[in-house]
Structure formats: C-alpha cells, structure tokens
Design a binder for this molecule. Structure first.
Ligand SMILES: [Zn+2]
Length: 452
C-alpha cells in the first residue's frame, strides 16, 4: 500500500522553499515547526493574501528558473499570480500518467481541448512529450479550432482521449448527431479527461452512455496545480504526492468529519516556483468515506466555490448540486442538453426534449434538491444548444499586410482585421431559422424579466 500522507520532513521542505518568496518571507521566515500540530497552527493563506503582494510576490525561485506564468482573475480586478518551473510541470505530468497508464501511453492520440492559458493544456502536451501519447493541441477557447473542427480532428485522427472542459463531450455529441453520426459508433474516443467545472456522477454516466467511453475527472487550480483525478469507481482521489490537503469545517478550524462539507486547504509539496502554505482555495468539498476501489487516498466531491451557493426560499445549494439535479432531470427526459436560470423565487431548468411527460424529471429534482422550488421547461431542439450556429464557425487566417486583388482565387480584403477572420454569410433559409430561434429566445427572456 502506498504511503498516503507526507511526512513532516516534506512539509518542512515546502516551508523552507516557500520562505524564499516575498509573500512568505514576511509571514513565516522565523517560524519553526516540529510536528503536524505546530504546522496546523500556522495561519491560512487566503486569496486576498495572494492579491495583496505584487505580481512577483509568490515567486520563490529566480526568474531564470521559471518557465511558465499563470494567473486567475480575482475579485476587484486583481489577479493571483503563479510562477512555475519545468520540474513543477514534469512532476504533475508524471503523476497523472503514472496514475492512468491505460489512458495515457505511447501511441494513444490525445485531443487536447484545454485552453492555452490553462495549465492542464500544457500538462497534456508534456505528458505526450514524455511518451504518454500523441497530443493534438486544439484549445477550445480559440478561433482556429471551433467545435466542428475539433469533431473533425477527433474523427480523422482516430483520437482515443479527449481532454477538456465537461461541456465538451456534450456539445460534440450534439454536433456529431447533427451530422448524422453516432458518437459511440463512429468515433474512436474511449476516454474523456475532464476538469474545470462540476462533473456530477449522473453527468458522467450520461456522457459515458452517449459516447461509450469512460470519464475521468481532473481536479486542480492555477495556484495549486494538480490536486486529484478520479478512479474507476468515479471517486475523485486527492493526489497526495503533490499536495498536503486539509479539509476544515466551514465555521471553525477543526477537521471536517466524513460526509461533511468543508473548506479545502492546500499545502503544495511538489511546486518550487510559487509554493503555498495552508492555502485556502475557497473551494468547498465533501469529505467521502474510504473508496471501494481500494485506493487509500482521501476522496472528495468538489461542491463549488465559497460564495457560489444559491439560496432560494430558505434552501441553499452548491453549484454541483444544481448541475447534478439538472443533469438528472435531463437524463430522465433522455436529454443531455440543459441550462439552469436562477430566478428570485425558483430555479428554471430548461431542457431540450420533445417528451411531454415531465413527471420523472420532477421526481429526479425532488430526489436531488428536496423542497427547493423548481420549474422544468422543455424547449425545442436548437433553443438551448444551437448546433447550426456552432457549425457556422468563422474562417481564421494568418494576419497579412498585402492583399492581391488581381489573383483569381485570392481574397479581396481591405484591412488587417478582415484578413484574419471571416464569418460565413447566411443563406436566406438559414437566416430565417436563425432569426426564428433568436426571436423565441428573446421573447422567453422578456417574459422572465417582466416576471422578476
Ligand atoms: Zn476510488
């Protein structure tokens, strides 16, 4: 059995590394700890603390050793800055590849849909460079790889793994269907490696059913890097080789009990660029019982961020619970396409479905959200996820400074911006159906706004 928790020496080493940064030099340089009891008395590091120092405040190594800068935008326009070394990335990439050797190995094709600014995009690239597959860099928040092209890339390359946000397989499945394809039959994808937003089991099961593929959840943050991945039983296990994690009660600094929701506090063990000591991630997690898969490491459910709780009529829920309930309701209506609107007196869950009988969907909502006031609204195809608009992706070109209007095939352009991007023009029929959907959506919005 592997050693689950780090020894105090590893913690001391992290403390020593952290004291090289301006942030911790000021806070912890004279602190001596003997054991975990001492360590647990150290002050928490909050996001506000990270934002209170300048852009280099968390950096604990000379700039010459850094290879990567990342940041997340915090409140009031300030950013949390993270500086990482090549070794920081290497340790994370090796940890993921070692944990999932059946998913990441030589010859496996990895469609990398994580956006360029997110660290996982770079981890997938690095894993491939270390021999764990062939990466296709195809970031999704990017003009040059819109969804139809991503689907096309997956088909033509016979990609085995898609790494990206949880909505990726849902959108690609709809696009595939619109093209007359069966995602499970016509594509070779066997694994989705997903992170970045809540991924309840019911949503995982839906994706697995539609695609005939396994879902693995990836959890981490820009500040902490890798924190965990899920096992075959769909439990998210904390990656204890990379981070020492405490789960504290919401209203006190005592550890949360099993089943309880608490604050996730992280001490990075494998980061030398911007190490963090007892960092309050702001994430709320539920501490689970030991997992049946036999992995001794702590497993958790990530409920959402502090302050993201939604309260309606005295019932308070985390984003995870809302998405879980909405996915279950959609599943009851044999749909994957849903969208939730939070109104003053109720949740409005909109689901693309032609089913008339919503009783199973309401039963699912009751099971997950209890007495919270919820309305389910079924919408026609295309009103919640418009695959036609998604398919009308723009053409993107390299910037040019010369346009030759004499050439027969060349594009006749007049400006730099015109040279870079070109939207396809609508035919009359396309324009009419697009207009129809837009009008129906804006009428629905207007009715809702009037009601509020
Ligand atoms: Zn497990």
């Amino acid at each position: 059995m592997e050693d689950v928790d780090p020894g105090i020496d590893e913690i001391k080493a992290t403390l020593h590394r952290a004291c090289q940064s301006p942030l911790y030099k000021a806070r912890l340089c004279n602190v001596k700890i003997k054991d975990f009891d001492d360590f647990h008395k150290l002050p928490l590091t909050t996001r506000e603390d990270l934002q209170s120092v300048d852009i280099h405040g968390t950096r604990a190594v000379p700039l010459e050793r850094v290879c990567h800068y990342g940041e997340t935008s915090g409140t009031s326009g300030k950013a949390n800055s993270t500086w990482l070394t090549t070794a920081d990335f290497t340790r994370n990439a090796q940890a993921i590849a070692a944990r999932h050797p059946d998913v990441f190995s030589a010859g496996r094709i990895l469609l990398n849909r994580f956006p360029f600014m997110a660290a996982p995009a770079h981890l997938i690239q690095l894993m491939a460079q270390q021999g764990a597959g062939v990466s296709i860099p195809a970031g999704n928040i990017n003009w040059d790889v819109p969804f139809p092209r991503a689907l096309d890339l997956a088909r033509r390359t016979g990609a085995h793994v898609l790494a990206g946000f949880p909505f990726e397989p849902i959108i690609l499945a709809e696009l595939a269907r619109a093209q007359g394809l069966d995602p499970a039959r016509d594509l070779a994808l066997d694994t989705f490696f997903l992170g970045g937003s809540p991924l309840p089991k019911v949503l995982q099961q839906r994706i697995e059913k539609v695609w005939g593929a396994r879902v693995i959840e990836l959890y981490g943050s820009t500040e902490t890097m890798l924190l965990g991945t899920s096992c075959l039983q769909r439990s998210l296990h904390l990656e204890s080789s990379q981070a020492y994690v405490e789960i504290l009660k919401i209203n006190s600094d005592n550890p949360a009990s099993e089943g309880e929701i608490g604050r996730l506090i992280v001490t990075t063990l494998s980061i030398e660029g911007s190490p963090l000591i007892r960092f309050d991630t702001g994430d709320r997690v539920r501490r689970l019982a030991p997992c049946g898969c036999g992995d001794p490491r702590q497993s958790i459910v990530v409920m959402g961020r502090e302050g993201d709780e939604i309260e309606i009529d005295g019932h308070q829920r985390y984003p995870y619970e809302i998405i879980e309930a909405a996915a279950a309701a959609a599943n009851a209506l044999e749909s994957s396409i849903f969208f939730t609107v939070v109104l003053p007196d109720r949740l409005l869950i909109r689901i693309e479905s032609e089913k008339e009988d919503k009783s199973h969907a309401y039963a699912a909502i009751k099971r997950y959200l209890g007495g919270m006031n919820v309305e389910i609204e079924c919408a026609d195809r295309g009103l919640i996820l418009d695959t036609e608009t998604l398919s009308r992706s723009p053409s993107v070109y390299k910037p040019v400074l010369i346009s030759d209007w004499r050439a027969e095939m060349g594009r006749q352009i007049l400006s730099i911006d015109q040279g870079m991007i070109e939207w396809p023009s609508l035919s009359f029929a396309e324009g009419r159906s697009w207009l129809n959907r837009t009008i129906r959506r804006s009428l629905r919005s207007r009715r809702l706004r009037r009601e509020i």
